[in-house]
Write a protein that binds this ligand. Structure first.
Ligand code: HEM
Length: 488
């Protein structure tokens, strides 16, 4: 142990000693549990950074907004990587997606994917998402008064939107013919306990992970989805079928590039498939968790739900319908979502790896190439220094008059910051806005009595632990004038 601790000592960096390999804490240290990360953050006691060990691997936790800003933004060139070694493309062709790439390959794909997420493209996708939300409302109507599992229904809406918008699947949530595809999509990427173990193993031993030809998903299911996208691409090439989804956008980007004479570098079918997979991997669980947590909070805050309803109705009246412009004009809706993502950020830490020998920004402490860094998003979002009453749900903290809630002043990082920031942020926000605005307009919602009133950080940060936990009851608004749910 002493030998290992020398690692941080030699660099003059404050640190927490490694736990013995035989201690029961070793599992927590391998899994990087939310509770452990909060403990490490608390022990940094206002220092800009603190070293610790994930099992025996040194990791630097970056704790203050100025240094975080340097790592994510200003000195991005020294910290552009998210893992120690790339996934091998031979053992895992689907891993040639944005989340798994680094360096020039990442830069190249990122810049080519960015045009797929402009407001114009998202606006054209509005009717697709809106139609899935309407099917979702029909489901709620059919099951009103029943106790419904929040995670189950939100994951269904989230996967349907992604399979439809990214994979080109023309689907209705409730159509039994699509049920198999939805189940397979969910199973392939569900963040179960084993997926978490594999993710941590890959983080610590990337070369061994590749050598063992392990994959971050269930191969059989993933191949089924990949074959499906391949068929969609072929079908569209042959028939010229038009639908404003990501498959079409990426195919169009490719043909534009070919027109510009960049044929040699054009996006191959498999690269397109890998990218739509990244949208599923990155967007499915994150959106599910956010929507479940938003419904959980609104079910317990009748005042916020009512305010949201009034705002949605006003926006409808002003614009004639709920459309791209009206959902984006809803200021309180925006604050509700911001506060949900502050209190329950689905990505609880952001990993970075030092890509060249460099000093910690603002200090003389030297970091070697390959050093792992970690930004503890959840712990920062729950620090009362930045967010008074951090465990309360207070959308009003995000007023236009409040202090600047972004780096380098305040750590607000649900989607991260800098060049590697979530590329799907605006797509995710659009889905969440349409769903929440429409749900509160049509339904009163309350928590089932069997449901806990508080979700612990361990629960929401581990989606598989949230299953069968939050139970909600929906009641159609028009039917409930006098017996509407009283939720306070
Ligand atoms: C509420 C929902 C979501 C949250 C909270 C979220 C959060 C994040 C975070 C924290 C990152 C890591 C950024 C970094 O390393 O600095 C990320 C990356 C990414 N996200 Fe999201 N995400 C969400 C939804 C989505 C959706 C719906 C999509 C796709 C349509 C998506 C696609 C991606 C991709 C491709 C990356 C990798 C970006 C890169 O490395 O360049 N995300 N997301």
């Amino acid at each position: 142990n002493n030998q290992i601790c020398l690692y941080w000592k030699k660099r003059g960096i404050p640190f927490i000693p490694a736990t013995s390999l035989f201690s029961k804490d070793i599992i927590r240290s391998f899994l990087l549990t939310p509770a452990l990360l909060s403990e490490i953050y608390d022990r940094s006691k206002g220092k800009s950074f603190i070293g610790f060990f994930q099992m025996r691997e040194p990791v630097l936790m970056v704790c203050t907004p100025d240094v975080i800003n340097a790592v994510l933004n200003k000195d991005f060139h020294s910290f552009s990587s998210t893992r120690k070694s790339e996934c091998s493309s031979e053992s895992d062709p689907l891993s040639q997606h944005l989340l798994a790439l680094d360096g020039e390959k990442w830069k190249n794909i990122r810049s080519r994917l960015t045009p797929a997420f402009t407001s114009g493209k998202l606006k054209s996708m509005f009717p697709i998402i809106d139609s899935h939300v309407d099917e979702f409302l029909q489901f709620l109507e059919k099951h009103q008064g029943e106790s419904i599992d929040a995670e189950e229904i939100c994951s269904c809406l989230s996967i349907t939107n992604i399979l439809s918008c990214s994979f080109g699947l023309q689907t209705e949530c409730q159509n039994p013919n699509n049920a198999r595809f939805i189940q397979v999509g969910k199973k392939a990427f569900e963040a179960g306990f084993w997926t978490l173990l594999k993710a941590r193993f890959r983080m610590m031993f990337p070369r061994l992970f590749n050598l063992l030809k392990l994959k971050g998903y269930v191969s059989g299911h993933a191949n089924f989805c990949a074959d499906f996208v391949r068929e969609v691409i072929e079908h569209r090439k042959m028939t010229g079928f038009h639908r404003p989804d990501f498959v079409e956008i990426l195919m169009k980007l490719r043909s534009d590039e070919v027109d510009k004479g960049e044929d040699g570098k054009s996006l191959s079918d498999s690269l397109i498939i890998a990218q739509v997979f990244s949208f599923l991997v990155a967007g499915y669980e994150t959106t599910t968790t956010t929507l479940s947590c938003a419904l959980f909070e609104l079910a317990q805050d009748a005042h916020a739900a009512e305010k949201l309803r009034t705002e949605a109705q006003d926006a409808m009246e002003l614009c004639g319908s709920l459309n791209y412009e009206s959902v984006n004009s809803m200021d309180f809706l925006d604050r509700v979502i911001k506060e949900v993502l502050r209190k329950h950020p689905p990505v609880i830490f952001i990993p970075r790896v030092c890509t060249k020998k460099t000093t910690i920004p603002g200090t003389s402490a030297l970091l070697e190439e390959g050093t792992q860094l970690l930004i503890p998003v959840l712990a920062l979002h729950r620090d009362p220094k930045y967010y008074p009453y951090p465990d309360e749900f207070l959308p009003q903290r995000f007023t236009s008059h409040s202090a600047k809630l972004s780096l380098p002043d305040t750590p607000y990082l649900p989607f991260s910051e800098g060049p590697r920031k979530c590329i799907g942020m605006r797509f995710a926000l659009l889905e969440l806005k349409i769903a929440l605005a429409k749900i509160v307009m049509d339904f009163d919602l309350k928590l089932d009595e069997t449901s806990p009133k508080v979700i612990t950080v361990e629960e929401f940060a581990r989606t598989y632990k949230m299953k069968n936990r939050i139970k909600l009851i929906f009641k159609r608004k028009s039917l409930t004038s006098q017996d509407s749910c009283s939720t306070t």
